[in-house]
Design a protein around this ligand. Structure first.
Ligand code: ATP
Ligand code: MG
Length: 417
C-alpha cells in the first residue's frame, strides 16, 4: 500500500494505518499544506503534525479512525476537522471545504465538498495548496504551487483581494511565509493587502497573536515585518510602532532581527521604547498569556535599568541590584540594550568579574528563617519577614557575608533599631 517510489514515501508511510481504513471505505485521503510544501522545498525536517484532507464527512472520519488512533479530539468537528494521534504524531483530518466567509464575521460559514479542487482553492497560498494522495503518492497541484515554490513566489489561489478579504489573517500569514521561505509577493499582493488592511480588525486577537508568534520565531523575520508595514497591517497590530518615523521603524525592525529568536524577546525588541503602562496595555490587547506578558515586561524593565545608567557607572552594588531585578531576563536585556545603542562594554565586564567571584550567586538573605528566629530570639511572624528583607538589602548593598558575619550584622541592626 505504501508508495515507495514517491518523494512522499516516508510521509505516506506515516499515515499508513489511516490510509488503509479510508481506502477500504472507498474514500480518499490526502496530505496537504505544510508537509507537502516542506518536502518539495527540501525542508522535510521533523514535521510532528500532519494536515490531511478527505472527501469523507466528519462523521465518517470519526468512524474510520476508531480503533486506529491512540487519541481523538473533536473540538474542530463543526468546521470539519477531526484530530487524531497515532504514536508520536498528530493528524488533523478535515473534510474538503468550499466555504465562503461572512464579510463581517469572524465565524466562517462552512460548506463541505467532495472535490479536492474546491478545498485547495480556499487555502491561503498556492504553495500551501498542494495535496498528496496517501495511497499512491501522487501530487495534486492544480494551482501551480510547485512552480511558485520553485520561482519563489507567494501567490493566493483566488485574487489577493478576495483571499485577504475572506480571511484577513492571511495577510499575517503572508508575512510569515515571505520571511520564512524567502519568497517574493506575487504582483498585486502587497497592494491588495493595503486595500483591505482594515479588515484585520475583524480577526480575533488570539489568532493574530498565534500568527505573530510564528513570525517572531523565524531566524529572520525582517522581510515579514517590512511587509506588514508596507501592506498597512502595522497600525492594527502594533500602533505604537507604526506611528514612528520610517527611519525609526526600520531601526526597530533591525533590532528585532538581531535579537534572539524567542518570541517574547523579539516582542520586547519591538516594544521596548513604550512607557510601562502603554506597554502593559498593548500586551493585554495582544492577548498574551500571563507568563508571556511578565516575560516581556521583565525584559523591558531590565532594559530600562540598563539604559538609565551611564555606560561606566556600574558599581558592585549597581550590578547586584540589576542582577536581582532582572532575574532570568538579564542576558536578554543586556543584548537588547546593546542593540538599542547603549554601550554595555563596562557592564559586560563588571558582570563577568562579579560572576567569577561568585558575588552574583544567590542574591538572597544569606540566612534561613529558623536561623533568624534563633539569633534574634523572636517568634515567627512579621518581624522575621522584616529581618529577612533587611538581610537581602545588606546582600545587595554590601555583598556576600559568611553566615557568622551576616548574623553579627543582623543582631547589630536589630539591637539598634
Ligand atoms: P507550518 O509548517 O508552519 O505548520 P502550515 O502551512 O502547515 O505551516 P498551518 O497553519 O499549520 O500552516 O496550516 C495548515 C494548512 O492549512 C496550510 O498549509 C494551508 O493550506 C491551510 N491554512 C491554514 N490557515 C489558513 C487560512 N487562514 N486560510 C486558508 N488556508 C489556511
Ligand atoms: Mg502546519
Amino acid at each position: 500500500m505504501t508508495p515507495t517510489g514517491s518523494r512522499f514515501g516516508a510521509q505516506c508511510a506515516a499515515v499508513g494505518p489511516l490510509a488503509e481504513r479510508f481506502a477500504a471505505g472507498g474514500l480518499r485521503l490526502y496530505l496537504v499544506g505544510g508537509v507537502v510544501r516542506d518536502v518539495l522545498s527540501g525542508r522535510v525536517g521533523d514535521h510532528p503534525d500532519f494536515d490531511l484532507t478527505t472527501d469523507a464527512t466528519p462523521d465518517r472520519i470519526r468512524s474510520l479512525i476508531e480503533g486506529v488512533a491512540d487519541a481523538v479530539w473533536l473540538q474542530g468537528e463543526k468546521f470539519g476537522t477531526i484530530g487524531a494521534r497515532l504514536g508520536e504524531r498528530t493528524f488533523e483530518i478535515t473534510t474538503h471545504r468550499a466555504e465562503a466567509y461572512l464579510s463581517d464575521s469572524r465565524k466562517p460559514v462552512v460548506s463541505f465538498s467532495t472535490q479536492l479542487e474546491d478545498d485547495l482553492l480556499r487555502r491561503d497560498f498556492t504553495v500551501n495548496a498542494m495535496a498528496v494522495d496517501v495511497v499512491d503518492g501522487t501530487l495534486h497541484d492544480p494551482l501551480g504551487g510547485q512552480a511558485d515554490l520553485e520561482a519563489g513566489v507567494l501567490r493566493t489561489p483566488l485574487t489577493p483581494e478576495e483571499s485577504f478579504s475572506d480571511d484577513p489573517l492571511r495577510m499575517l500569514r503572508a508575512a510569515r511565509f515571505l520571511a520564512g521561505f524567502g519568497l517574493e509577493p506575487a504582483p498585486g499582493l502587497v497592494e491588495a493587502a493595503r486595500t483591505v488592511s482594515e479588515r484585520l480588525r475583524i480577526v480575533s486577537a488570539e489568532r493574530i497573536r498565534d500568527e505573530l508568534w510564528r513570525l517572531l520565531v523565524l531566524g529572520d523575520p525582517g522581510v515579514g515585518l517590512t511587509f506588514l508595514d508596507e501592506a498597512g497591517q502595522l497600525p492594527m497590530l502594533l500602533p505604537e510602532v507604526s506611528e514612528r518615523s520610517e527611519q525609526e521603524r526600520s531601526e526597530v525592525f533591525r533590532r528585532v532581527v538581531a535579537a534572539d529568536p524567542v518570541p517574547e524577546v523579539r516582542l520586547a525588541a519591538l516594544l521596548m521604547d513604550l512607557s510601562a503602562p502603554v506597554l502593559e496595555g498593548r500586551l493585554r490587547g495582544l492577548q498574551l498569556s500571563g507568563g508571556q506578558r511578565s516575560t516581556v515586561l521583565g525584559l523591558v524593565a531590565a532594559v530600562g535599568l540598563i539604559r538609565g545608567r551611564s555606560g561606566d557607572a556600574w558599581s558592585d552594588e549597581a550590578v547586584r541590584r540589576l542582577t536581582a531585578a532582572a532575574g532570568a531576563h538579564l542576558t536578554g536585556a543586556v543584548t537588547l540594550a546593546a542593540l538599542a545603542g547603549t554601550v554595555t562594554g563596562v557592564l559586560d565586564k563588571r558582570l563577568a568579574e562579579l560572576r567569577a567571584d561568585g558575588d552574583l550567586d544567590d542574591l538572597g538573605p544569606m540566612l534561613g528563617g529558623a536561623q533568624v528566629i534563633e539569633l534574634l530570639g523572636i517568634e515567627p511572624g512579621p518581624d522575621v519577614g522584616e529581618a529577612m528583607a533587611w538581610l537581602v538589602e545588606l546582600r545587595l548593598s554590601e555583598g556576600r557575608f559568611d553566615p557568622d558575619g551576616a548574623g553579627r550584622r543582623l543582631v547589630e541592626w536589630w539591637d539598634n533599631r
